[in-house]
Design a protein. Structure first.
Length: 376
C-alpha cells in the first residue's frame, strides 16, 4: 500500500490557512494527499474554470450557491429561486435555441461575468494567497479534494457526508484529522458505530506521529509548499528509510491521536529515539569532512610539502573539489612525480569521504535530519 494521506478539517472560519498547514506536513511525507474539507470543496467548486463554459454550467453554479444563500438570507432565496428555476427551464427549451445569436451573446457575457464575480468573491473570502496556493496544488495533482454528495446548504446531509468520508479514509489511507474530526471519530469508535481493525489503528497512529514530528522541523511553518515538494524530490531515497523507521516508531505508541496520552507518548519517543539519532548523524557528518580527512592524511606528510606546494595553494585558493579536479587533470606541472603522488592522496581522501557520506545517507533518520538542515 502506498503512503496516501487523507486530511480531514472542520473549518472554524472562512480561511484556508488550517487546511494548508496540515497539507504541508503531509506533502513532505506522503505519496498522495486527499483533503476532506467543506470549505475547500466549496472553494474548488465555486472557482472551477469550467463554470463559465456555457449557460448550463453557469446554472449549475447558481444552483450550488442558492442553498448557501438560503442559510444566510431566506427572503433572498425565496425571491431568487423561482426566477432561477424559470430561467433554467428556458435554457433547456427550444425557446432558448430560437433566441437571436446577438441576444444570446449578451446573455452569455452576463453569465460569464457572474462566474468571475463568484470566483473573485470566494478567493477573497478564503484568503487570496491561500486560495491561489491551494488551487496550484490541485491543478498540479499534489492535492485531491473529496466531493460531497449533498449541497453544503443542507447541513444535516452535509455533516453525514463528512462523517462517511472520515470512515472511508480510515480504511483506505493514512488519516490525519484535526481536533474536531478526532473527537468525532473517537465518539464513533466508543459507540461502536465505527470498528477499527488493528491495521486501521496502526495507520491512524502512524499519520498522527508523523505529523507530530514533521511539525517540529526547523522553520517548517515558514517553508513554502514548493520548498517542501523540492525537498521530498531531492531526498526521495532517504524518505523510504525514514518511512520504515516511522512505522517502527508508531508500533510502540499505545495511544490514539484523540487520546490525552498521545502527545506525551510522542514527546517521550522523540527524546528517547529521534534526538539521539539526529545527534549521531550530525557527529558522523562532522567526522566525514573532506577537508579534515584530507588534512590529516595529506598536509601532515612533511615529505610532500616542497614537491606539492602548488597543489596546496590550489586547495587553499580554489576549494577542495576544484583542487581534486586539477589534481587529476592533464596539467603537466601538477602531474610530475610529487604532484601525481599528491593527486593520489587527494583522490583517496575524496573516495573515503564519498563512502562515508553514502553511509550517513543510508541511516533511517537521514531524511528527517537533512530536511531540517534544508529548511534551516
Amino acid at each position: 500500500m502506498s503512503f496516501d494521506f487523507t486530511i480531514a478539517i472542520v473549518p472554524n472560519n472562512t480561511s484556508l490557512e488550517r487546511e494548508l498547514n496540515y497539507i504541508k506536513s503531509a506533502l513532505l511525507y506522503a505519496d498522495k494527499v486527499t483533503l476532506i474539507s467543506p470549505l475547500a470543496y466549496m472553494f474548488d467548486r465555486l472557482t472551477d474554470k469550467g463554470n463559465s463554459l456555457n449557460e448550463k454550467t453557469v446554472l449549475r453554479l447558481i444552483e450550488q450557491i442558492l442553498p448557501l444563500a438560503k442559510l444566510k438570507d431566506i427572503d433572498f432565496y425565496n425571491n431568487s429561486y423561482p426566477v432561477i428555476k424559470h430561467f433554467s427551464q428556458i435554457i433547456h427549451s427550444k425557446q432558448y435555441r430560437a433566441i437571436p445569436y446577438v441576444k444570446k451573446l449578451g446573455i452569455q457575457r452576463q453569465l460569464k461575468d457572474f462566474t468571475v464575480q463568484i470566483s473573485e468573491a470566494m478567493l477573497s473570502l478564503v484568503g487570496e494567497e491561500q486560495g491561489k496556493e491551494l488551487q496550484t496544488l490541485i491543478d498540479n495533482g499534489q492535492v485531491y479534494i473529496e466531493k460531497f454528495d449533498h449541497s453544503l446548504g443542507d447541513l444535516d446531509l452535509c455533516v453525514q457526508d463528512y462523517f462517511n468520508l472520515l470512515k472511508k479514509s480510515v480504511h483506505s489511507s493514512y488519516p490525519l484529522f484535526d481536533p474536531q474530526s478526532n473527537d468525532l471519530m473517537k465518539a464513533a469508535v466508543n459507540s461502536r458505530i465505527v470498528n477499527l481493525s488493528a491495521s486501521d489503528r496502526r495507520k491512524i497512529t502512524h499519520a498522527g506521529l508523523t505529523d507530530n514530528y514533521i511539525q517540529r522541523l526547523p522553520s517548517f511553518s515558514e517553508a513554502s509548499m514548493q520548498e517542501l515538494i523540492d525537498i521530498k524530490k531531492e531526498l526521495s531515497n532517504p524518505l523510504i528509510r525514514f518511512r520504515k523507521k516511522m512505522l517502527e516508531y508508531s508500533e510502540t505508541i499505545q495511544s490514539m491521536p484523540w487520546d490525552e496520552d498521545f502527545e506525551a507518548e510522542c514527546e517521550l519517543l522523540y527524546e528517547k529515539e529521534v534526538v539521539p539519532a539526529l545527534l549521531d548523524i550530525d557527529e558522523c557528518t562532522k567526522d566525514s569532512s573532506f577537508i579534515r580527512n584530507l588534512g590529516s592524511k595529506f598536509f601532515t606528510d612533511e615529505g610532500l610539502w616542497k614537491s606539492t606546494g602548488g597543489l596546496v595553494v590550489s586547495i587553499a585558493a580554489g576549494g577542495v573539489i576544484s583542487a581534486f579536479n586539477n589534481a587529476i587533470s592533464s596539467d603537466v606541472a601538477m602531474l610530475t612525480a610529487g604532484g601525481a603522488y599528491a593527486a593520489a592522496k587527494v583522490a583517496s581522501a575524496y573516495q573515503e569521504h564519498i563512502a562515508m557520506r553514502k553511509e550517513i545517507q543510508r541511516k533511517d533518520m537521514y531524511f528527517y535530519y537533512k530536511a531540517g538542515k534544508l529548511l534551516s
